[in-house]
Design a protein around this ligand. Sequence first.
Ligand SMILES: Cc1ncc(COP(=O)(O)O)c(C=O)c1O
Length: 471
Amino acid sequence: MSFDLRALLSDHIGQARSLHDQYGNAVFAQVLELIGFTHEYTHGEGAYLTTLDGRRVFDGLSGYGVFGMGRNHPVIKDAIRQALDVNLPNLVQMDCVMLSGLLAKELIELAPGDRLQRVFFTNSGTEAAEGAIKFARAATGRPRILFSKGAFHGLSTGSLALNGDESFREGFGDLLPGCERADWNDLEAIERELKSETVAAVVLEPVRGKGVFYPKDDAVYPEIQRLCRATGTLFVADEIQCGLGRTGEWWACDHWNLAPDILLTAKALSGGIIPIGAILYSEDVYRKVFSRLDRCVVHSSTFGQNTTAMVAGLASLRVLKEENLIERSAAQGEKLLSGLRELQNRHEFIHEVRGKGLMIGVEFGSPRSLTLKPAWALLHAAENGLFSQAIVVQLFKNHNLLTQVAGHHQEVVKMLPPFIISDDEITMILNAFDAVLGECRRFPGPLWSFGKQLAGAAAKQHLFARTAGRS
Ligand SMILES: Cc1ncc(COP(=O)(O)O)c(C=O)c1O
């Protein structure tokens, strides 16, 4: 008996859409069709994807941030093959796994600040967030968690309780009590809440995925951390998206010299090939969660220390270090950001370019010129976010550049390109934005007619914003 993957793929070529229509999420497939993202992908390597009809697409999203080192990195692939070839004694369960110990050690050596000493492995980002909620409650004996408006920490019910966007929560009933939205810029309100000494943790994404936001004032995060320390509240950094080099430092926390009590990582940790996640946490929290012999598995997961994932994790850290990808993310990110800021001088629709490293958001707003204002207003009135969706579609259709709208009802186009991005590819992205934004000056023109088409569909259902805003 053998399993022939190549034959399976070639026997079913062109059938992805119909399979999803029948057995998967057909609504998602429908939305993809509306925005023209109907391609079936056949190959992924480095910074590129290939479609069935032979297009070579630059991957400006890295699978929502998992492929920081590029798709199917040869070193990680080889490490996984080695893991399979030596028949590792995976998931014995009644043992201490050497490889998870080694990966934990490496993560702690790289961790920001001086508090993180223990690691708990998970299978995804949302599971890491779930664990952090439990650990924070167990360690403090307090019920409440503060999270940011606009936050995204995953979509299982605990992490969903920390979601700053109502539309993700809608229809799922009452979520975990005690989870409350906060505005990081309103330090007085945060101080008031923390002084009540009822808050277990402040959970924040140092660079927020939805919209690519961080406080304009660099003093905000250190002050929140200080308030946490003063009130016995845990400071939790969700670096699932912004960690491991994405922002040009190992950790986004490093931009503000933060020393969290708990740090969450996932996405890029296995080079994107195998699901993985990890909670890095302090000795103090560890002792309070796993406090007695009969609580030794009080939090655990069957696949958590899956050795294939651990091998991929160790290989990924090696690649990030040896290929100097953190430095590269910083340098290439700076070039892309400054190129986009130059475009801002020429294109009045760009209101702000923000980001750190290769986590970048381009925010659009109403133009100054009287001829274009009404067109913008029309699209905007139909649904906030449609203009940026039209930009994303044109970048893809005409320039083979994959990007996304950064969140529900946001006029922000977001990019998370792989750290291996070259100077030529940066130039290609800048030229693509330049051309698409140049097109916007033509009214009526293709971008606006497409926008109108989207507006028509959006009037029926608010579909685009929902799909677009996933990461
Ligand atoms: C900051 C952040 N936290 C948590 C998650 C959830 O991770 P996962 O999709 O692996 O559950 C994400 C996913 O996009 C994220 O960006």
